[in-house]
Design a protein around this ligand. Structure first.
Ligand code: AP5
Length: 192
């Protein structure tokens, strides 16, 4: 079973994808986490991605499509994948359709998180404070100015994948403003 979760930064994609991963035995693939791992490793790809990510801009399509193509070929993805933060453009969506179509394992459902942008700014403030309190390093793109750009980039470049998936009949929407466990229940109801 392959699932896509779509929503602006802070919508709760990662939170829910991790819960679903444990519950359904699927593999969560977050392109954001994969890119941050490249940065931490100091790879050429990571060096190129860092400036874009710190500015809240998207990494080029060919880079993330290549990363996902390699990753879904691994054995731990055989039972299915929760795509978290990918696709982020219509071009990425079309490439994913092609890859999964070739494997005969298409997307089962695309879950859109409907959220209020101002509330996302509050969530981010909480996440930054919790990270600082835990003595950990705050993400390079977790500051209010960059978040505003990430939200703009979502509206302009990622939101067009919503009508794309609506057209395929796969799109379902959940209220991402509900408490975490309520959002999980709403998603589970969709997966029944
Ligand atoms: P990425 O890492 O994907 O970040 P993002 O989409 O901006 O999302 P976040 O991780 O900030 O939020 P989330 O929706 O996962 O929310 P979370 O569960 O953490 O991407 C980072 C960058 O990488 C991009 O800007 C781009 O540069 C690059 N990139 C990545 N993928 C790419 C791609 N495909 N193409 C090109 N470039 C790409 O929750 C947020 C907070 O809210 C947490 O503190 C959580 O505890 C809390 N929370 C969650 N749910 C709730 C709830 N229901 N109620 C209250 N609090 C909640």
């Amino acid at each position: 079973m392959n699932i896509i979760v779509i929503g602006p930064p802070g919508a709760g994609k990662g939170t829910q994808a991790k819960i679903l991963e444990a519950e359904y035995g699927l593999k969560q693939l977050s392109t954001g986490d994969m890119l941050r791992a490249e940065i931490a490793a100091g790879s050429d790809l990571g060096k190129k991605a860092k400036a874009l990510m710190d500015a809240g801009e998207l990494v080029p399509d060919d880079v993330v499509i290549g990363m996902i193509a390699n990753r879904i070929a691994q054995p731990d993805c055989a039972k299915g994948v929760i795509f978290d933060g990918f696709p982020r453009t219509v071009e990425q969506a079309k490439a994913l359709d092609k890859m999964l179509g070739e494997k005969g394992k298409p997307i089962k459902v695309v879950i859109e998180f409907a959220v209020n942008e101002e509330e996302l700014v509050n969530r981010l403030r909480t996440r930054i404070q919790q990270t600082i309190d835990a003595g950990q390093q705050v993400r390079g793109d977790d500051n209010e100015e960059t978040l505003r750009n990430r939200l703009k980039v979502f509206r302009e470049q990622t939101a067009p994948i919503i009508p794309y998936y609506k057209g395929t009949g796969l799109l379902k929407t959940v209220d991402g403003m509900l408490p975490i466990d309520h959002v999980t229940q709403a998603i589970k109801a969709l997966l029944k």
